[in-house]
Design a binder for this molecule. Structure first.
Ligand code: HEC
Length: 307
């Protein structure tokens, strides 16, 4: 079957297959690389945010709390500005009020919180429970535990990082142990029912940062198609150039030579095989010219003999 197919068609068939395979290969490799890259971007964002929130917490407990602590005993209502969890949450809410970041979330999700806005939902409760189990069953310290993953919510895909919130200092138990020890202002503001009964070294909640992942992955997909389109166009352009090269340097000269050879074979010795280059085609043209001369001499000899 291939016997009757033209050279240029065979070449294009081969090149077409190569281009197709190359495009598929590039697409597969690229989608792997870009997916990893997109994952890295959202993980970096989440990790930067959780570290920033920890800095806010640290600032609150080392610089704000000592300043305001005396007022906890004298003011009627509690000053939440002294609580690291509160300041981190407030700073993050400020960030979220910017439209660009309203899909970012921060929560100190707690099983038995003082402020009910920190109450862990079903998903967060499972994370806290898994931290509790892991810290019990393994040698791993609570501080080293971390969970990160993707999750889908109605608004799109999120990437989250969760870290355990554990009670490491006895001083925490003043306000989270028994209500009797807590400042009166705390009881007046939050009541006696929530945020008490915590124990030393207990994991009481999880600090969770979520960042939107859908947009980053959409951008990665767009980039993938852009690269594939360009590679494809580039390769097609290569095929066109190769075809032109093939036409002018090989097929056209061969066609011309075969036309002239045909003429020669019918006794037309006026044909001239043009040698335009020194490549194989040029050498073939010279050989054919020599063949023409030899043929002419042979024919003349035969003619002379018969006469
Ligand atoms: C002076 C009292 C006080 C002390 C001491 C204190 N907390 Fe709190 N904590 C609070 C109050 C009040 C809130 C709720 C603040 C709000 O309105 O968001 C809170 C909130 C929290 C939250 C967020 C969940 C929740 O209960 O709403 C965590 C987590 C937390 N505290 C951990 C700690 C840890 C850990 C320590 C010790 C390093 C500590 N707290 C020391 C009073 C205290």
């Amino acid at each position: 079957m291939m016997k009757n197919i033209k050279l240029s068609f065979k070449l294009n068939l081969l090149l077409g297959t190569v281009v197709l395979m190359l495009t598929i290969a590039v697409s597969l490799i690229l989608s792997g690389i870009l997916e990893n890259y997109a994952e890295q971007i959202v993980a970096d964002q989440a990790s930067l945010l959780i570290e920033t929130m920890n800095s806010v917490r640290h600032y609150t407990s080392t610089q704000i709390k000592p300043e305001l602590e005396p007022r906890l005993e004298t003011d009627r209502l509690f000053l939440p500005q002294t609580v690291p969890a509160y300041s981190a949450r407030e700073v993050f809410e400020q960030l979220r009020s910017n439209e660009k970041y309203n899909q970012f979330f921060y929560k100190e999700a707690t099983l038995n919180p003082t402020n009910l806005r920190d109450k862990a939902d079903k998903f967060e409760t499972e994370i806290v429970q898994s931290f509790r189990e892991k810290s019990k069953s393994s040698e791993q310290k609570a501080a080293d535990l971390q969970k990160q993953d993707f999750r889908t919510i109605p608004g799109g895909d999120l990437f989250y990082i969760a870290r355990p919130l554990a009670i490491k200092q006895e001083s925490c138990l003043r306000c989270h142990g028994v209500p009797e020890d807590a400042p009166a202002s705390q009881i007046a503001t939050y009541g006696k029912d929530n945020g008490f009964g915590w124990k030393m070294n207990e994991i009481v909640g999880a600090q969770i940062v979520s960042v939107p992942a859908s947009r980053v992955f959409e951008q990665a997909q767009k980039l993938r198609w852009l690269v594939i389109e360009n590679v494809f166009i580039f390769l097609l352009l290569g095929i066109v150039l190769l075809n032109l090269f093939l036409k002018f340097t090989i097929t056209d000269p061969i066609n011309k030579m075969s036309f002239l050879s045909k003429k020669l074979s019918t006794g037309d010795f006026d044909v001239e095989f043009e040698r335009k280059s020194n490549d194989e085609i040029g050498i073939l043209a010279s050989s054919l010219n020599r063949l023409k001369v030899s043929l002419k001499i042979a024919m003349e000899m035969i003619e002379n003999k018969t006469n």
